[in-house]
Design a protein around this ligand. Sequence first.
Ligand SMILES: Nc1ncnc2c1ncn2[C@@H]1O[C@H](COP(=O)(O)OP(=O)(O)OP(=O)(O)O)[C@@H](O)[C@H]1O
Length: 584
Amino acid sequence: MSTTYARQLRAARDEFVVTGHVPERYRAAVRPEIAASWARSRSGGVSPEEAHLPTLPEVDERCKLATVARPVLDRLASEIDELGGAVFLANAQAQLVRSWIPDEMVRTSLRRILAEPGASCNEAHVGTNGIGTALADGQTKIIGGPEHWGELHQDMTCVAAPILHPVTRRAAGALNVTLMDQRIHPALTALVRWGIEEIRQGLLEQTGRAERLLFEQFMARRRSDRPSLLLSPRLCIADPAAAALLPDLDAAELWDQVNRSRSPGGATELELADGAVVPVNVTPVEEGLLIEVRRQGRPPRRRSAARPRPSAAFATALEAGADALAAGLPLLVVGEPGVGKLSLARRLTSADPDLDPLVVIDCRAHLDHPERLVEDVRTTGSGARVLVLRHLDKIGVHAAKLLAPVLEVFTAGAHPPQLIATMTARGRQGDAAQVVFERFATVTVEVPPLRDRVADLPSLVSALTAGHDRRARWSPEALEVLGRRNWPGNVRELENVVQRTLSNSGGLVRVADLPLDVRQEAGRRSFTRMERAERDAIMAALENSRGNKVIAAEELGISRSSLYRKIERYGLADAGQVEVRLRS
Ligand SMILES: Nc1ncnc2c1ncn2[C@@H]1O[C@H](COP(=O)(O)OP(=O)(O)OP(=O)(O)O)[C@@H](O)[C@H]1O
């Protein structure tokens, strides 16, 4: 990277931090993918000034991925030895799991910024960087010097790529090579790709018997002239053509959908998470369904009302939970009261007949009698496919001591139940309950509070409404008022408000039908965090669509009229105009 180019990039980034736009004069210097990542970093409120990477607790340095990757990364590290670089392995949450840094000086300077196992490179935490951005975009990324969002990376070049699990197709982590200067060495991308393929091969060899059987069936049955995938309730194996055509695969959701819509002849259509529709042929095979995408016919079309997608925050929790279950690892679900921890556990297990029935034991039921709790777990849990221990943080040291051996017997058995625990507090290391679960190398997922995932509110309201009055519909204005609250009681509180509202109204729910306290509170408030999140999402959609409101509304999954209302409400009329002017 030439000094002039680096200087231009640096100036562009500095202005972007302040204005949110790439100045016209530097436009040629900033690659669109970098501008998109800067926009995410900025709207996510990431400070570029941080002096080191944030450290998150609970990284499993001996996880399957790390074990499989070790020989590959040893080899990579020796290849880059002379270049003075470092190799990093991160998990699916972009948290560093292991590092290989042969050079002492490089090691010292990376240590200074806490680039060590446990550190987070998640784009949401540190902004544009190799690992975080590769995982956010699902693609190989080369991020040179000032293309990084944060000050701490300005003199480094990173080449990173996500590691897609060969069977589940979910990101298992990311591989990254960092050089301590702004040179982009052409061989690095090839080296990283080689490393990724080797690790994927290793993961395949480690995969369980059932998954391997599926994979073998897939390889034997698929036709090379059609994009194909093999689906079971928990797994989805896709060839590269299908993966490119159907980028938003969610095995459990597709499984449900295909089973609902399948005709006797096997021809049906698949609606993807973004509302696109593709025609497919479905053939049952021994362990699942073989799905072949019929390319001939019309290309994927968009439906006017796209199915709502979970917010990024909730989708991350779902994905991490699904990974834990696919690997059979005990899962710890944390989050504020009423946020939907048990509901997440139900959702993760509901599509899979192997994970049925779900046995739920509320640890609060026997607070004064730990022996009863343990007896309950022993008797009820022994035949269960999934055992959920709710409110595990409420048990005391004595109960934890009694519970540990019981759980250990379960996990050592021939058919161990899938263990899931829910609790409200996170990171209380040493807490008796957590100690119980840490014995089993638990995966922890956090269900974000409702105020941090405003995008989920309409779909939650509609799910909660369906349980009461299927005919009721909510006006956009009423939903907007709900979105202006902070929801300290989370989804449970929302459920209560939905119930109260529906007990007084039917048909179309308008603002006037909402309980008085809800309306009054909404009237008093200035913008909440949820509103700010919504406003940022709208700004990002307007930026992506270059100010085109039809495309922006489609991306946001809302109607055009609703987008116009929100633009006015948040004072974003300028955002579109500025964008149009800049890009024209
Ligand atoms: N995605 C969802 N769709 C519909 N209802 C939901 C959803 N998430 C949560 N709920 C409802 O909200 C209420 C609280 O959810 P849940 O019991 O899962 O929360 P929790 O976090 O486990 O609660 P706590 O920790 O306080 O026991 C439940 O009545 C549940 O039915």
